[in-house]
Design a protein around this ligand. Structure first.
Ligand SMILES: C[S@@+](CC[C@H](N)C(=O)[O-])C[C@H]1O[C@@H](n2cnc3c(N)ncnc32)[C@H](O)[C@@H]1O
Length: 188
C-alpha cells in the first residue's frame, strides 16, 4: 500500500509532468532519474540534467544512449548554475524537477550535495516552475554532512510563503539507519 520513497517520488512526477515539457534532474548520478524523466516528457520535451562528477555525466550519457533517449542536455556543472543554462537553452518554464541528495553510491563519498548550492538551485527553480508543478527532493541524511543539509532544507522550505507553495514531507519513521525521505514543493 505505502509507496517506497523512490517510487513515490516518481509517482509525484508522473502525476504532474506532461509530455512536451522541460524538466530538471538536479543530480544525475548514474542517470536513472534522467532516463525516467526523458521517457516521461517524450520526444517533444526536454530534460536538463546536472552533475559535478565527470563519471556521473559519462554514466548518464551512456545510459541514455543505450536506451535511445535523445531529449536530454546532460551538463557537467553544479545545479546552482541552472539559470545560466536555462538562458542558453531558452527555457522559460519547467514542468517539474527532481533531486537525489547526498553522495553517489559506489562513488567518492566525500562528494556530496551541500546546503548552500542545493537551496540556491531550488530558489531559482521555483521561479520557473509551472503552477501545479513539483520540485521533488529525495533527502538522504545518514552520511557526514547529510544532517546539516537536511536541517538547512527544513529551515528554508518551512518558510516558503504558504499562499504560494505547499511543502510536503513523506517518509517512514520506523526504519533503521536514517532512511531517505521526500520533501516536495508544489507551486499553487
Ligand atoms: C544521490 S546521487 C544521485 C543519484 C541519481 N539520481 C541516480 O539515479 O543515480 C547525488 C549526486 O549529486 C551530485 N552532486 C553533488 N553536488 C552537486 C551539485 N552542486 N550540482 C549537481 N550535482 C551535484 C553528486 O556528484 C552525485 O552524483
Amino acid at each position: 500500500m505505502l509507496k517506497r520513497v523512490i517510487s513515490y517520488a516518481h509517482e509525484l512526477m508522473e502525476t504532474t509532468v506532461n509530455p512536451g515539457e522541460t524538466v530538471v534532474d538536479g543530480t544525475c548520478g548514474n542517470g536513472k532519474d534522467t532516463l525516467f524523466l526523458g521517457k516521461l516528457v517524450g520526444q517533444t520535451g526536454h530534460v536538463v540534467g546536472f552533475d559535478i562528477q565527470a563519471d556521473a555525466i559519462a554514466n548518464t550519457k551512456a545510459l541514455l544512449e543505450q536506451e535511445e533517449v535523445k531529449n536530454a542536455h546532460v551538463i557537467h556543472d553544479g545545479h546552482e548554475h541552472v539559470e545560466h543554462y536555462f538562458k542558453k537553452y531558452k527555457v522559460e518554464s519547467i514542468g517539474g524537477a527532481i533531486f537525489n541528495l547526498g553522495y553517489l553510491p559506489g562513488s567518492d563519498k566525500s562528494v556530496i550535495t551541500t546546503p548552500t548550492t542545493t537551496i540556491q538551485a531550488i530558489d531559482t527553480l521555483v521561479a520557473y516552475l509551472k503552477k501545479g508543478g513539483l520540485i521533488v527532493l529525495v533527502v538522504y541524511h545518514g552520511h557526514p554532512g547529510g544532517d546539516t543539509e537536511r536541517d538547512a532544507l527544513f529551515n528554508h522550505l518551512s518558510k516558503l510563503e504558504q499562499r504560494q507553495f505547499n511543502v510536503l514531507q513523506y517518509g517512514f519513521i520506523n526504519q533503521k539507519n536514517s532512511p531517505p525521505f521526500i520533501l516536495a514543493i508544489e507551486k499553487k
